[in-house]
Design a protein around this ligand. Structure first.
Ligand code: ADP
Ligand code: ADP
Ligand code: ZN
Length: 214
């Protein structure tokens, strides 16, 4: 099964993608996590991506597409994947279609996790991200067992630089201008489903599973 998670930054795509990956035994592919790993490791890609990410802009399409399409060649992608944070622009979506068409495949579902902008700022200021495995938590809505320490891997949690309110505002306007058009793009292909992302995490998850099937 090939799933795309759509929604504003902070809508809960990553949280749900992680759970879906576990339930359906497919990898969770987050382009944001891939870039952050590259930044941490000081790679050339990381250095380039950082200048865009720091100001809440998108990394140019040509730095993103090959990276994702290459990832599909890994053996764990044989039964599909859940894409989180990709595609984020119409050209990325078209490049994804073209790459899949070459191997006679298509995306099965695009799930739009809907959350109004007012709620996003609040969520982001409480988000904490693990520097080790990329897992996300929320100080109020999804706290770790031990404060500041990842439940999965024991590494420390940080507030991402780009989760500061000023940068989040930029990211939201970038989202509306460049990513929101994908909702219509996938609606026209008849693979779009919408869930209410303001509900509790478990309710959102159940709504998505209802759409995808057990
Ligand atoms: P969030 O989960 O909060 O939406 P991400 O971790 O997905 O944030 O992305 C963080 C940043 O990484 C984005 O603001 C953007 O700069 C960059 N990024 C991630 N995925 C893409 C993509 N597909 N295209 C362009 N930039 C991306
Ligand atoms: P995205 O990947 O779309 O940027 P995340 O999954 O990282 O979003 O979620 C953003 C923040 O909101 C995180 O701190 C997460 O723990 C929290 N969160 C996610 N889903 C919910 C929800 N349904 N209710 C409350 N908080 C949530
Ligand atoms: Zn971790």
């Amino acid at each position: 099964m090939k799933i795309i998670m759509l929604g504003a930054p902070g809508a809960g795509k990553g949280t749900q993608a992680e759970k879906l990956a576990e339930k359906y035994s497919i990898p969770h592919i987050s382009t944001g996590d891939i870039f952050r790993a590259n930044i941490k490791n000081g790679t050339e890609l990381g250095k380039k991506a950082k200048t865009y990410m720091n100001v809440g802009a998108l990394v140019p399409d040509d730095l993103v597409v090959d990276l994702v399409v290459d990832r599909f060649k890994d053996p764990d992608c044989a039964n599909g994947y859940v894409l989180d944070g990709f595609p984020r622009t119409i050209p990325q979506a078209e490049a994804l279609d073209a790459a899949l068409m070459e191997i006679g495949e298509t995306v099965d579902f695009a799930i739009n996790v809907e959350v109004p902008d007012e709620k996003i700022i609040n969520r982001m200021s409480g988000r904490r991200t693990c520097v080790g495995c990329g897992a996300t938590y929320h100080i109020k809505y999804n706290p770790t067992k031990v404060e500041g320490i990842c439940d999965n891997c024991g590494e420390k949690l940080i507030l991402r630089d780009d989760d500061m309110p000023e940068t989040v505002k930029n990211r939201l306007s970038v989202y509306h201008a460049q990513t929101q058009p994908l909702i219509d793009f996938y609606n026209k292909k008849d693979i779009l489903a919408v869930v209410d992302g303001t509900k509790d995490m478990d309710d959102v998850f159940n709504a998505i599973v209802n759409i995808l099937g057990e």
